[in-house]
Write a protein that binds this ligand. Structure first.
Ligand code: SAH
Length: 247
C-alpha cells in the first residue's frame, strides 16, 4: 500500500519544509514525493533538513499544476486545517488510512498538502474526493507542513504494520534473565534470614512482620535468577566477613 501513495506538496515556499517532509515520509516508509510549483527546489536547505532522506528528494517529481500531479491517481485526498465554505466529505487521518487500505482498487492515491501561508485553495480542494483534517487544538489548528505530513504518514504506517507485522526474532533468554522459581526465591529468603540472625538484625524469638514484609518485597520485585545470585553472593560475602572478624 505505502508504495502506491503519493505525497503531493503544493506550491511550497520554504525548501526546508520539503526536506523535513521527505524525512517524515522516509521514517514511515513512504517514498513517492511530488512537488507542485515549489518556490525553491532543488535547494541546499531541503537537503539539510531531509537529514539523509536524499533518495526521496532525488526521486521527487516536480510538476507545474495539481492536475498534473494527480492525473494517474484514482483517489485524491486534500489535507486542510480549517473548514471551507462548501462542506466536503471530511475524514480523520485514521479513517483515511483505513479507507486507503481497504480499497486497493482506488490506488494510486494522492494526498495533497497546501501552502504554508494559505493552505490549499478552494479550487484545489475541489479536485479531491475527501478532505482530511488532523483534529488539532480548535484554537490553533494549523500544523507546520512537514508535521502534518508526518502525522498523515504515521497513520498510514500504523495501518501498514497491522497488515505486515514486524517478524519477531525468537527470544533467546539467558538463564540469568529467567524469573526465579519459588524455590530459588525461598532459598534467597532463607539465606537472608540466616544472615540477619547472624548480624543480630533479626530476632527469631520476636519476628514481628519482618518475614512477611521481606517476602512481599520479593514478590513485588519479580526477581530473576541473576538478581537472586547477586543477592546471595552478597550475603555469602557478609558471612565470610563475619567469620574472618570473629576468628
Ligand atoms: N495557514 C494555512 C495552513 C497552512 S499549513 C491555512 O490556514 O490553511 C500547511 C499545510 O499543512 C496545510 O495546507 C495542510 O496541508 C497541512 N496542515 C496543517 N495543519 C493541518 C491540520 N490540522 N489538518 C490537516 N492538514 C493540516
Amino acid at each position: 500500500m505505502l508504495d502506491q501513495i503519493k505525497i503531493v506538496l503544493c506550491f511550497t515556499s520554504h525548501p526546508g519544509n520539503i526536506g523535513a517532509a521527505a524525512r517524515a515520509m522516509k521514517t514511515m516508509g513512504l517514498s513517492q514525493l511530488v512537488l507542485v510549483g515549489p518556490k525553491n527546489f532543488p535547494c541546499e536547505e531541503a537537503l539539510v533538513r531531509s537529514s539523509g532522506a536524499l533518495d526521496i528528494l532525488d526521486n521527487a517529481v516536480v510538476v507545474d499544476s495539481v492536475e498534473d500531479a494527480i492525473e494517474d491517481c484514482r483517489l485524491v485526498i486534500g489535507t486542510s486545517s480549517r473548514n471551507r465554505a462548501l462542506p466536503w466529505p471530511l475524514i480523520e487521518p485514521r479513517e483515511m488510512a483505513k479507507f486507503i487500505d481497504g480499497k486497493p482498487e482506488s490506488r494510486p492515491v494522492a494526498i495533497l498538502f497546501g501552502r504554508e501561508s494559505v493552505g490549499l485553495l478552494n479550487e484545489e480542494l475541489q479536485l479531491c474526493h475527501y478532505h482530511v483534517n488532523i483534529p488539532a487544538n480548535p484554537e490553533y489548528m494549523s500544523l507546520n507542513l512537514a508535521s502534518a505530513v508526518q502525522i498523515i504518514s504515521y497513520e498510514l504506517r500504523l495501518k501498514h504494520l497491522e497488515k505486515n507485522p514486524i517478524a519477531e526474532e525468537p527470544l533467546e533468554l539467558k538463564d540469568s534473565e529467567l524469573i526465579a522459581t519459588s524455590e530459588q526465591v525461598d532459598g534467597l529468603y532463607q539465606h537472608l534470614e540466616q544472615t540477619m540472625v547472624n548480624t543480630e538484625f533479626f530476632d527469631p524469638e520476636n519476628p514481628k512482620l519482618l518475614s512477611a514484609r521481606i517476602r512481599r518485597l520479593f514478590a513485588k520485585s519479580h526477581l530473576n535468577q541473576g538478581e537472586v545470585n547477586i543477592l546471595r553472593g552478597f550475603l555469602s560475602s557478609i558471612e565470610k566477613y563475619i567469620k574472618r572478624k570473629t576468628n
